[in-house]
Design a protein around this ligand. Sequence first.
Ligand code: ATP
Length: 138
Amino acid sequence: VQRTLVLVKPDGVARGLIGEVLRRIEAKGYTLVAVDLHTADDSLLAEHYAEHAGKPFVQPLIDFMGSGPTFAAVVEGHRVIEGFRSLAGATDPTTAAPGTIRGDLARDWGRNVIENIVHGSDSPASAQREIALWFPAL
Ligand code: ATP
């Protein structure tokens, strides 16, 4: 069975949206395997976003992601990686389709980082790498 890493980012936690995100995941029929709530440190975030190293938005992104608690979850189900990305919607919340998490719940606040409530792994290799980072005991 496939697994993915889902994060409710600090903007989503601050806005009280953990329950709403979990509701959508559970309503879709996926299973929670592990959950955790903590403020990520810079070394974890640098590794998590290693593929974006050197891009202009990576330091603002790491600062934002370390600005408060992140809710992390390992979610399981057949084709859950693409399934959760479909639930999440497009990266840019302004144009993310209504009906998706980002389309329904996020917007552009005019800050220098895209605050889009959730993260979901984008491939089996990313999922394996990210789950090992956020849940080393699993
Ligand atoms: P995620 O991986 O979080 O599901 P994604 O795959 O749609 O989102 P990526 O391209 O992997 O997006 O970027 C990771 C995150 O970095 C985005 O979710 C967003 O918060 C931020 N980000 C991406 N591009 C930009 C940008 N040009 N400016 C500011 N922030 C950005």
